[in-house]
Design a protein around this ligand. Structure first.
Ligand code: MCA
Ligand code: AMP
Length: 504
C-alpha cells in the first residue's frame, strides 16, 4: 500500500456520502466532505514547503477542521503534533523548539502570544479557530479537493505526542504509522466496532485517548461520531440516546452518575462504555452497573504504547482490573531493580512489547534507552500484578506522576518552578484525592530561613508559565520536608499527611 495509515483510515472513505461527524445544531459532515477539506489542507501544507517527515505543531480547539489537519498530515506524510489547548505560551515554546516544527497552527486569540515563538523557532504561523475560520482554512480554500497521497510505509512516523518525564522535561514520543494502525485494528476487533456505531466523542483530540483510540477506531469502522467540543453534562445527557458507545476518563462516569437524569432508560440502547487514562474506582464500576445494567469496560494504555490491555468484550469485565494484554501485546511483571520477570501474582514493574510500542523519544537517545529495552520491552513505570485468571491490575506507579481528570501532571515540572519563587527554599508537589478529578495537585513549600512566603503571589506567578490544570489547588508551608536516610523526600508520608486537605 502506498500510505498504510492514510489509505486504511481515510482513503477508503474518499467520495463516501456516509456521515462521519454529527455536530451540535443537527449538522452532519460526510466522509467525502471531511476528506475534501483534508486534501485541501494537505495541498496547502505541501505548498508551504513542508516535506514528508516535517512536524506540524497545532494548538487548536476541537473541531472537524482540527481533525482534518490530522488527516492532511497523514495524506502528505507529515508528522502531526497536537498540543493541549490549556498550555501557556512558555509551554508551547518548548514543544515547537524541541520538535523543530515547520509550522505552528494556533487560535486567533493566541496569535499574539504565539507569534514570537514561531519567529524564534523559524516556524510558519497560521491560525485555525474553533469555528473553522482562520488564515489556514482561508488559504486552503484555493487548493483542489484532491491530493496525491504521499507514499509512506508502516515504519514512517505519523505523530509526536509529548509526555512529561520525571526529570520535568517533556519528551516527544515518536509514533509510527504501524504503531497507530496495529492498535486501531486490534481495538476495533476486540470492542466489536462496525459501521453501525455512533460514538459519543467528548474527549480532547490532542491526546491518545480522544485522537487515536476513539477517532482511529471509528475511521477504521466507517462509523460515526457525535463530535462535542468538550465534556458538558447537559449535552452528554441530550446526545446519549443517539449514541451506541462512549469512551471517557473516569471523571466522565462519576459526573454522569452524579446526575439523576442519567438513568437506565437513557443508557439502555448503548452497546459499550469504555474507561481509561486513569484508574476507575471499583466503586464507580459497581455504581454504574447498579444504575444502568452496563459494566464499564476498563482498558490501560500510555502515550508511548497506545493501548496495552483491555477487559473482555464478552466475558467478565472485572472491576479494579484493566483486563488482559491485547492480542499481539506481550506484558510481563518484572523486578524494578534487576529487570527479571517475577513469579505469577507478585507485584512489580509492568513492561510491554508489541507493534503498538513507540519508536523512541525524539532526539533523546539516552531517555529512550532508559525506558525502551533493546529487546523491545518498554518499561511503563506502572506497578502491576497479574491474577491467576490473567487479569492485570495496576497497583501503583513507580514514577512520580499525578493524574487529574485524565491529564498527566509530572510533579518535577511544577517543583522546578516553585523552587524559583521568592523566598522558597524547596518544594514537593503531590497528588491528593479529589472527588471529581480523581487526584488533584498540592504544592508543599519550605521557606528560606527568616522568609515569609506570599502564597497568593506565588500562585499568581506560576500561573504565567503553567497550564491551569497543572497549577496546585493549594499551597501549604511546612518547616521541613520529610526525608529518608538517603535524603530522598518521602512523598508517601506527605500524601498521607495531606490526604484530606481539600475537604478541610
Ligand atoms: C479542566 N480543569 C482541570 C482539568 N480539566 N483541572 C484539573 N484537572 C483537569 N483534568 C480546570 C480548568 O483549568 C478550569 O479551571 C476548570 O477546571 C474548569 O475547566 P473546564 O474546561 O470547564 O473543565 P471540564 O470541561 O470540566 O474538564 C474536565 C474534564 C477534562 C472533562 C475531565 O479535563 C477532560 O476532558 N479530561 C480528559 C483528558 C484526556 O483526554 N486524557 C487522556 C490522555 P479554572 O476554573 O480554575 O480556570 S491519553 C492517556 O492518558 C492514555 C494514553 C490513555 O490511557 O488514554
Ligand atoms: P499518558 O502517558 O499520559 O498516556 O498516561 C499513561 C498513564 O496513565 C499510564 O502509565 C498509567 O499510569 C495511567 N493509566 C492509563 N490507563 C489507566 C487505567 N485504566 N488505570 C490506571 N492507570 C491508567
Amino acid at each position: 500500500m502506498a500510505n498504510p495509515l492514510f489509505d486504511t483510515l481515510f482513503g477508503q472513505h474518499i467520495g463516501s456520502d456516509a456521515v462521519f461527524l454529527q455536530l451540535p445544531g443537527n449538522q452532519n459532515l460526510t466522509y467525502a466532505s471531511f476528506l475534501d477539506m483534508a486534501a485541501r489542507y494537505a495541498g496547502l501544507l505541501t505548498d508551504f514547503g513542508l516535506v514528508p517527515g516535517d512536524r506540524v505543531a497545532v494548538q487548536i480547539e476541537k473541531s472537524p477542521q482540527a481533525l482534518a489537519v490530522y488527516a492532511a498530515c497523514a495524506q502528505a506524510g507529515l508528522v502531526f503534533l497536537p498540543l493541549n489547548t490549556a498550555y501557556t505560551a512558555d509551554e508551547v515554546s518548548y514543544f515547537v523548539e524541541n520538535s523543530g516544527a515547520g509550522i505552528l497552527l494556533g487560535d486567533d486569540t493566541k496569535k499574539h502570544a504565539l507569534a514570537p515563538i514561531a519567529e524564534r523557532c523559524n516556524a510558519r504561523l497560521e491560525t485555525l479557530n474553533a469555528d473553522g475560520s482562520g488564515s489556514f482554512p482561508d488559504k486552503a480554500a484555493a487548493f483542489p479537493r484532491t491530493f496525491d497521497t504521499v507514499s509512506r510505509d508502516e515504519s514512517d512516523l505519523a505523530a509526536f505526542l509529548y509526555t512529561s518525564g520525571t526529570t520535568g522535561r517533556s519528551k516527544g514520543a515518536m509514533l509510527s504509522q504501524g504503531n497507530l494502525l496495529s492498535n486501531a485494528r486490534v481495538l476495533l476487533s476486540e470492542w466489536r466496532f462496525t459501521s453501525d456505531d455512533v460514538l459519543l466523542h467528548a474527549l480532547p483530540i490532542f491526546h491518545t485517548h480522544g485522537l487515536f483510540v476513539a477517532t482511529n477506531i471509528i475511521l477504521l469502522s466507517g462509523g460515526q461520531m457525535i463530535f462535542l467540543p468538550k465534556f458538558d453534562l447537559d449535552q452528554m445527557i441530550a446526545e446519549l440516546p443517539r449514541a451506541t458507545s462512549l469512551m471517557g476518563v473516569p471523571t466522565f462516569y462519576t459526573r454522569l452518575l452524579s446526575d439523576a437524569r442519567f438513568t437506565k432508560d437513557l443508557a439502555q440502547h448503548m452497546r459499550l462504555f469504555v474507561s481509561g487514562s486513569a484508574p476507575l474506582l471499583a466503586e464507580t464500576h459497581v455504581q454504574f452497573e447498579d444504575r444502568t445494567g452496563h459494566r464499564i469496560l476498563e482498558r490501560y494504555g500510555m502515550t508511548e504504547t497506545n493501548m496495552n490491555t483491555s477487559n473482555p468484550y464478552d466475558g467478565e469485565r472485572r472491576a479494579g482490573t484493566v483486563g488482559f494484554p491485547l492480542p499481539g501485546v506481550e506484558l510481563k511483571i518484572t523486578d524494578s531493580k534487576t529487570g527479571k520477570t517475577l513469579a505469577q501474582g507478585e507485584i512489580g514493574e509492568i513492561e510491554v512489547r508489541g507493534p503498538n510500542v513507540f519508536q523512541g523519544y525524539w532526539q533523546m537517545p539516552e531517555k529512550t534507552a532508559e525506558e525502551l529495552r533493546e529487546d523491545g520491552f518498554f518499561i511503563t513505570g506502572d506497578l502491576g500484578q497479574i491474577d491467576p485468571d490473567g487479569y492485570v491490575t495496576i497497583v501503583g506507579r513507580n514514577k512520580d506522576l499525578i493524574i487529574s481528570g485524565g491529564y498527566n501532571i509530572y510533579p518535577k515540572e511544577i517543583e522546578l518552578i516553585l523552587d524559583e519563587q521568592d523566598g522558597v527554599l524547596e518544594s514537593a508537589v503531590i497528588g491528593v484525592p479529589h472527588p471529581d478529578f480523581g487526584e488533584s495537585v498540592i504544592g508543599i513549600l519550605v521557606a528560606k530561613p527568616g522568609e515569609n512566603l506570599d502564597l497568593d503571589g506565588i500562585g499568581e506567578n506560576i500561573g504565567k508559565s503553567l497550564a491551569r490544570f497543572k497549577q496546585p489547588q493549594k499551597l501549604v508551608v511546612v518547616p521541613e520536608l520529610p526525608r529518608n536516610t538517603m535524603g530522598k523526600v518521602q512523598k508517601k508520608a506527605l500524601r498521607e499527611e495531606f490526604a484530606a486537605i481539600l475537604s478541610r
